[in-house]
Design a protein around this ligand. Structure first.
Ligand SMILES: Cc1cc2nc3c(=O)[nH]c(=O)nc-3n(C[C@H](O)[C@H](O)[C@H](O)COP(=O)(O)O)c2cc1C
Length: 446
């Protein structure tokens, strides 16, 4: 990476002992929070608005706007405003928040403090994925450090601002990472989604205005406040300022997380930062954004990884998961595991998702049976393709292919219906990987 381009979320990672607040302070920690305390809360969220920072948890919503809406929400009857850090990190292929929490947990807390000050929150929660034992340990220690040294609790640094932070653990449900379901879970209820709107900025935790941000999003805020919106905008692209941590896995020599300016290309990510394709196999596809993301083909290798450039081409950046697949991978199997994941994680509250995810798996299993039958035919075995017994193997394969197309069309219809009728974003998600896989790979033998 160009030395002039700063890292933000992982700037101190590996350089300081994450358990020691002193080392964080020596490395410039809490300067941004101190600066925030010298300006009005609305100036803080205005700076974040000007920076163009978008949420790093998947949806890419403008962070400053959420802060403004929460900060300005008026609700006398509903008690104090809340601040929530979404550290549930359940998107398959995503392992960036874990890196932040394990390597620089005080930075996330500093981002929360600045944001809490901006919206006037007095209580906050960090909702951490229960399996992340090391993250939990590190964040717990960091919270204790902050209380001990007066960076949390009553009248922080004598400023008159007070914030209490509590850690809560997730219990293994992917859906509990979805913001409204997470709030239900925090309230001690079953992890079922709420209907949106109202949005959390208006009606969040215990009915009070609530700001809920992803871990990585919080880590960007101190940089914005310390260096200013213009400096932040100088990094990344016009439509997606700042840096992003990409979680790269699959068929690359060096799977890893890496923080880079927004707008880096897939080719640069693979070749310059992950050691190239594993065993030199040609690139076949990548899944961008995890299970709820999109399949892309080689025509995307030079497309900037930014919210706007990917959106323009019908793809998603999501949480920054990049699963790289080389030639020889069977994409139908990858798609099947994604659909099985949705079936497993569907909470069952609404019928379109509960039944739909099950049906999608049944259909893709049929596609796989078709493919196996066609393979057997090609290799001279007995054909089982849709019950057609043909002495001419090419005929059987082409019948299999048209049946295959029909099955994918059925899946797409089902997923579109789910997207239109499901209660929460989980039921609306399968259409993304499905449609993109069909668009880019059906003609190439998906
Ligand atoms: C099924 C589902 C799971 C999600 N899981 C997570 C998660 O683990 N972590 C996260 O930060 N956001 C997750 N999100 C996104 C959140 O709903 C929400 O957009 C995010 O917390 C907002 O923070 P941000 O604006 O900082 O991105 C998930 C969304 C859906 C639909």
């Amino acid at each position: 990476m160009n030395a002039d381009v700063p890292t933000i979320a992982l700037a101190r990672a590996g350089r300081i002992d994450p358990d020691r607040l002193e080392e964080y302070l020596e490395a410039g920690g809490f300067q941004a929070f101190r600066r925030a305390l010298t300006i009005e809360p609305r100036e803080v969220f205005q700076e974040v608005i000007n920076s163009g920072l978008q949420g790093r948890g998947g949806a890419g919503f403008p962070t400053g706007l959420k802060e403004k809406l929460t900060g300005e929400a008026i609700c006398d009857a509903c008690g104090p405003k809340y601040l929530v850090c979404n550290a549930d990190e359940g998107e398959p292929g995503t392992f960036k928040d874990r890196a932040i929490m394990e390597l620089d947990p005080h930075l996330m807390i500093e981002g929360m403090l600045i944001s809490g000050y901006a919206i006037g929150a007095v209580r906050g929660y960090i909702y951490i994925r229960g399996e992340y034992t090391q993250s939990i340990r590190r964040v717990r220690r960091a919270v204790e450090n902050c209380y001990r040294e007066g960076y949390l609790g009553e009248n922080i640094l004598g400023s008159g601002y007070s914030l209490d932070l509590e850690i809560r653990l997730g219990a293994g449900s992917y859906l509990c990472g979805e913001e409204l379901t997470l709030l239900e879970s925090l309230e001690g209820k079953r992890g079922y989604p709420r209907i949106k709107p109202p949005f959390p900025a208006e009606y969040g935790l215990f009915g009070a205005p609530t700001l809920i941000n992803n871990v990585e999003t919080f880590t960007q805020v101190p940089y914005v406040i310390l260096h200013g919106a213009a400096a932040y905008r100088a990094i990344g692209t016009e439509g997606s300022p700042g840096t992003k941590i990409f979680s790269v896995s699959g068929d690359v020599v060096k799977p890893r997380y890496v923080e880079l300016p927004m707008g880096v290309t897939l080719r640069e990510l693979i070749d310059d930062h992950c050691g190239g394709m594993l065993r030199g196999v040609p690139f076949l596809a990548a899944v961008l954004g995890g299970a709820a993301g999109t399949f892309v083909d080689a025509s995307f290798l030079d497309t900037p990884l930014s919210f706007e450039a990917l959106k323009e081409r019908g793809a998603t950046l999501g949480s920054g998961a990049v699963i790289v697949l080389g030639e020889g991978r069977r994409l139908t199997s990858i798609l099947r595991s994604i659909l099985e994941f949705f079936r497993h994680e569907s909470c069952g509250k609404c019928i379109p998702c509960r039944i739909g995810t099950d049906r999608l798996v049944a259909l893709i299993e049929e596609v796989e049976r078709e493919a196996d039958a066609a393979d057997t035919t090609r290799s001279g075995g007995i054909t089982g393709t849709v019950g057609v017994q043909s002495p001419d193997s090419d005929t059987a394969v082409s019948v299999g292919t048209s049946r295959r197309r029909q099955l994918f069309r059925e899946m797409q219809r089902e997923a579109e219906y789910m997207a239109a009728t499901s209660l929460c974003p989980l039921g609306k998600s399968p259409i993304l990987p499905l449609r993109s896989a069909i668009e880019h790979f059906l003609d190439k033998g998906l």
